[in-house]
Write a protein that binds this ligand. Sequence first.
Ligand SMILES: [Zn+2]
Length: 437
Amino acid sequence: MKRRTFLRSSAALAALPLVRTAPGAAFALSGAPLHVNGARLNAWLAKFDSIGRTPTGINRVAYSEADLAGRAFTLGLFREAGLDPRIDTAGNIVGRLEGTDRSLKPILIGSHVDSVTDGGNFDGPVGSFGAIEVARSLKEQNVRLRHPLDVVVWSNEEGGTVGSRCAIGHVTPADLDKVARSGKTIREGIGIVGGNVAKLSDAVRQKGDLACYMELHIEQGGLLEKAGLQIGVVEGIVGLRWFEITVTGFANHAGTTPMDQRQDAMLAAAKFTVAVNEAVRNVPGRTVATVGRVVVSPNTTNVIPGQVVFTVDLRDLDAAKIAHFTQRFEQLGREIGAATKTTFDIKQSVDTDPAISNPQVMAWIDGAAAALGFSRQRMPSGAGHDAQEMSRIAPMAMIFVPSVGGISHSPKEFTKPADVVNGADVLLNAVVAADRA
Ligand SMILES: [Zn+2]
């Protein structure tokens, strides 16, 4: 029997023995895989490119006029797909494709449509429109799922995954008072996009409320392109730790202080910067660490720097590695401080746990990509996503498609139309696989 034929009948489907393998093993789709309407999906993306387009890039920052226009366009796509969208109290757009079994938890798919300042048209919209297209294709092709399929477009992802954090109840009153890039507070912004901060708890989904969450997204890096691969199966979103380090030496005359009598905070910071790079490179793995901001004082040509404040950004999928390097940096601070007669004060300013993908959801994605004949690899995400918030309450995994040149958060951001379609096809078949589990 052809796959599509038996999927037409949910009763027949329910009666069929499930094709299941051991948990974590690849799910093999029987029969021909399904396909989205790729031309339609790319036409939506092309149209969307004009919304918030400025000479310096796409500017659809959350709660701006362009964001509202982008959301209106997106709501139109939900309606055209027959998804009857609603806006939850956090300002997220949600539409449902009903399943045949009301006792089952929904499968949730989606992404975001807001952008950074001077960004591109693919970070967010690919996964948002891809999810809408998946739901529309299922409907048009008369594929009835057992689970309800919820399509979500999260609000204000680029301002700190605000919509998805609201959805797991991780937003504090202080967060709501923060000013977004549009100049409005998050509290105001949620109201502007149709949410209701007074009833924010209505948007919260509890652990166990969802069957799973899947998000299609552009890679935003160059690993897939470099490897010549079509699909990334995301193993998780890296944990992030930021350090603010203050080195204190002694500011003194650059002409009269001999080289062996200096307490040069800049020299100590420079040694530390090199040592951080070497420490990370000497341990096999995918840890990244960056000294990105340096403030020197007095920052004068003829004075030995008395104080340097600088930052380190540390990321890894493995929490143990983050803990290891935190200790290593503290040790380096003591050693370099002693050698340079300076003191290191190391404070952590940001600390986010890694969000690990669910092996079974990864297997559905991997199996879908295999059935479609796509080359692929498992890989971490170095950038943050709404999926990291969903991982706290639901089995989660993500699908990456290549970014040309590895460029993102830039007007040069581009993903080839064929790759957009590949990603949406993987999402479609992974949803079907999840539904049958
Ligand atoms: Zn994004």
